[in-house]
Every structure is written in C-alpha cells, then in structure tokens.
Write a protein that binds this ligand. Sequence first.
Ligand SMILES: Nc1ncnc2c1ncn2[C@@H]1O[C@H](COP(=O)(O)OP(=O)(O)OP(=O)(O)O)[C@@H](O)[C@H]1O
Length: 425
Amino acid sequence: MATDSWALAVDKQESTTDSVSLFRKCFASSLDKAAQSLLNKMIHTSLVNTTNQVEVLQRDPNSPLYSVKTFEELRLPQNLIAQSQSGTGKTAAFALAMLSHVDPANKWTQCLCIAPTYELALQTGKVIEQMGKFYPEVKLAYAIRGNKLDRETKLQEQIVIGTPGTVLDWCSKLKIIDPKKISVFVLDEADVMIATQGHQDQSIRIQRMLPNECQMLLFSATFEDSVWKFAERVVPDPNIIKLKREEETLDTIKQYYVLCNDKDEKFTALCNIYGAITIAQAMIFCHTRRTAGWLSAELTKEGHVVALLSGEMTVEQRAAIIERFREGKEKVLVTTNVCSRGIDVEQVSVVINFDLPMDKDGNADNETYLHRIGRTGRFGKRGLAVNMIDSKQSMNILNQIEEHFNKKINKLDSDDLDEIEKISN
Ligand SMILES: Nc1ncnc2c1ncn2[C@@H]1O[C@H](COP(=O)(O)OP(=O)(O)OP(=O)(O)O)[C@@H](O)[C@H]1O
C-alpha cells in the first residue's frame, strides 16, 4: 500500500473505530493542552512498563511500524528476529503466535517450529499443549526421533514441533507434511539453528521448501554477530528486536568465581558452597563426559542425590533424566553442554561452571556461558552462578567473558563460609 493511502486509511480508521482517539476527541474541545497531555499519560499508564530497553530496528524506514495506530496496521504477520534474555518467556510468545494463527477447520499442518534438541522440542510442545488447552480443536504433533509415521500419511495436526532432522524427513522424504501449506515457521534457539556449526544445513533446506510468503520467527537469548548478520540475510525484511550487549545478562543472576589449583580443589570448593547455602536445585556444567562422570560419582559418595546427563545417552534417556530432575527427584544435575540451552526448571537456584565454556580454539564461548547461567534466575527469580577457575587458561576465559558482556564477575573465597552464605541472601 502506498504511504499516502496507508496514512489516509489510518486517519479514516481513527475517526471511526479507535476508542482511544475517540476518547481524546470527545475531551479535546473542553481541555487545554496541559490537561490533554496529562490525560494522554494516564491513558498510557495501563501499558506494561519494561525495565529493559529494547532497540526496535527496522529495515524499511517507511514501514508502518513508525506510526501505526492499530494492531492490524502493525502487520504482525511479518518476519521477526527477536532476542530476549534467558527465562523471559520467549516460548510463550511464539506458542501464542502459532496458536492465534492456525485455522482449526483446516486439517493440515500450518505452523512448524524447530528446536535444536529432543528435550527442548518436548518441553516446548508441553507449553504449546498447556497454552492451547482452551483451544482443543487445535492439535499438535511431535516430529522427533522415535515418533514413527508411515510414508505419505497426511498429518492433520495444525502445529508441528520437532527437531530439524525429523522435520526435514517429514517434509521431504516421507511427505507427511506439505511444506507448501506452512504459513508460520518458528526457529527456537535460532542462532544455533542457523549457525554453520549448528543445524544450518537442515534448517535452510526446510526453509527452502516453504512458500515465499511464509512468516519466519526467530528467537534466541543470544546471537553472535556473524550469526545475526546471516539471520538478516536469510530472513526477508525482518522486524528486529535486539538487546544491547550490556542488557544480555540478567542482574537477578549473581555471578562469581572461585580460585582453585586443580580438579580436586574445585570439588572441595563445590562441597563448601553446598555446605554453606541452601540450594533448591543445582546444575553443574563440565567440559567433558569424563569429568561429568567423575564429578557425579564423587558427589554421590558425599551423599548427594545426583543425576548425570551427557551426550552419549539416547535422547529418550536424556528426556527421562530431565523429567526426573524437573520433578525434583534429584537435586543436582551434572551435565555437559547438551543441557545448556532452553531447559526450564524453575527450582534451579545455582549454576556451577565446573569448567568454563570454551570453543574449539580454547577461547571463551560467550553464548554458551549466557545460556548456561540462564538455567537459573527464570522469569524474575534470583539465581547464583559460580565459575571454577583452576588455570591461567580458565582465568583468561573468565576475563574474556567479563569483557564481552561488560560485566565484572567478583571473586568468592570458597573457604569463607560466612561470605558464601552472604552472597546467597
Ligand atoms: N507471562 C508470564 N507470566 C509468568 N510466567 C511466565 C510468563 N511467561 C513465561 N513464564 C514462565 O517463565 C519461564 C521461562 O520461560 P521460557 O522457558 O519461555 O523462557 P525463554 O525466554 O525461552 O528462556 P531461554 O532463553 O532460557 O530458552 C517458564 O517457566 C514460563 O512458564
């Protein structure tokens, strides 16, 4: 629509249907400017205030977003790349977007959502089911390993959540989903879905099968710069919600480090922390399966009820372990990076980086760090993150992380039980 006709349409609409403008018009004649301004402020106090400043950027400076007056004019069915801190409710945002989009009368898949792991796909599916329970005509299917369907079965579920490999199979090899009928495509943990070292191949192959007008929604708490640029290239004309670097970390998560000499000292420090504070549930991240195995055995010897989760387990085993942890059957989860993203367990009050996250070149993996510590401090809760430093290299990584997020991480004396107790208050 040309700008003129769009503006005209807005004016026309304002004069007829917009209740706020109607309200203003009724009073304008009898109020002076100061009173009108006060009135405007009062009208706007009902909007939710956010403490986080988000930059809403747009590709097209003529976009109606600059001066829209109604939700319709926002043209919400537009592509979106959105960043928001861990635990702030991205899942609910895209679950609602899908639920409000589908036409339940149409018995075919209309919304497709892909997540990087089996566990996350399950968790997200549960959220969609929960939010959709008052909309029972809308059905959901899980495109995950183990969910076997016959070739050419035509799926009737309007929403499909899955992992990229199975979704790709269902769309191409098995032809269970007709990709040409998809009108909303969601990528959860979008950065890892489109990064070269992530699931890029499969995600792009799925995207290529979708119709051009299909809406794309990308969500994550982190987007490395290069991935962000790539996202802007593959998503046509996106609306962008981007956090400033210093806003990426949540202030509700307190971050510390402890200095140790070796693995055994790290273990002692960990036990001291456990002895000094009440920990509802904790997640402990290790670099290798071997360390994770060793640590869980040592913690068990100390009397802790520990779950161990690492990459060599079958996906079903992993999902079962997370479910038990979510139910509180085990209080400590020792894991590798397989569990760093998205897993939402409200009771996790402490995250320990027994080993700091690093990339294959030995540099800080800032994105993984943020996702790991984000397993605590969910939706406004307080959380504690403790980093174990036992070498020059791990100190270096910590410094890189501090620099990257422009956030100081304070030292904690793990022998000083009083001090540890204080930080948990
Ligand atoms: N409006 C809301 N009111 C209360 N709780 C909410 C609301 N929205 C989401 N939550 C809860 O907040 C928690 C975190 O939400 P969610 O898992 O969607 O976060 P996220 O932004 O996807 O995090 P991550 O980046 O770690 O994946 C969930 O337990 C969810 O139920």
